[in-house]
Design a protein around this ligand. Structure first.
Ligand SMILES: [Mg+2]
Length: 257
């Protein structure tokens, strides 16, 4: 079953859960689902690009160089099928391709070090809908867990910010970026809320790292936050006993389900 949700077309979240008593918990992807990671990346790479522009001799404005470098980073990320890459590595790769160089100079490396030194020590901002949604899920007495595709330390920092917003500690599970966020990782993530994945609603923004592997793991209810209006590949069949709901923004889960 594949349901496109329209604004105000469906009942409330409480009714949603009442109608699906098999759902005992909700497991959230973190980046670009509960926290605004894209903007965090975009802002830092833009400032970094502006600074790099000062170091190189290209007859373009700093703004344009920063923008083009940002596009190059996006291109590498897409080419890597949205698998996370450590920022220093990602930026270096982008610079090498953008400037057609073999290695980055010491000057460029110091700009990278300056802009990236705190990157994994802070959390991207919470999505606007995160706190109200999590509070409503807890009011409906469902468990909540987090499954991030990032290193332990950065996941903990993000989980702390999310927990603080909710006002209670939320358990988290991380899949290190050297690994794939696959079926087995999704099954293991649900163990932190003591609930089999068959009884968990999975919410994520990535078809290949969240939605498809969670279905493969046996998840029966999923919400895909499809911010960029991506089409599900035609060759993909969603099993008939799986309920996949699609929204454009996290907030719609609260107001439109
Ligand atoms: Mg994500």
């Amino acid at each position: 079953m594949n349901i496109e949700l329209e604004n105000n077309s469906a009942p409330t979240l409480e009714k949603f859960f009442n109608d699906r008593e098999d759902i005992q918990g909700v497991m959230f992807d973190v980046d670009n689902t509960l926290v605004v990671t894209d903007k965090y990346f975009g802002d830092i790479t833009y400032y970094l690009g502006m600074d790099i522009a000062e170091q190189i001799e290209i007859s373009k404005s700093s703004e344009l160089i920063a923008q083009e470098l940002g596009n190059k980073i996006g291109e590498i990320y897409r080419r890597n099928k949205y698998h996370p890459i450590l920022m220093d590595e990602l930026c270096k790769e982008a610079l090498k391709e953008y400037l057609s160089i073999e290695n980055v100079s010491e000057d460029i490396q110091s700009v990278l070090d300056y802009w990236l030194k705190d990157f994994y020590l802070e959390s991207p901002a919470l999505n606007e809908g995160t706190v109200p949604l999590l509070k409503e899920i807890r009011r409906c007495q469902r468990k909540i867990g987090l499954h991030s595709h990032a290193q332990d330390e950065w996941t903990r920092i993000k989980a702390d910010v999310i927990s603080e917003g909710l006002g209670e500690s939320i358990p988290y599970f991380f899949t290190d970026i050297s690994l794939n966020k696959d079926k087995d990782r999704w099954i293991q993530s649900c163990e932190i809320i003591d609930t089999p994945i068959e009884n968990v609603l999975v919410v994520g923004d990535n078809l290949y790292a969240d939605i498809f592997p969670a279905i493969e793991a046996g998840c029966k209810h999923l919400i895909w936050i499809n911010r960029h209006d991506i089409k599900i590949p035609e060759e993909t069949t969603i099993p008939g006993n799986v309920e996949l709901m699609i929204v454009n923004r996290l907030e719609e889960i609260l107001y439109s389900l």
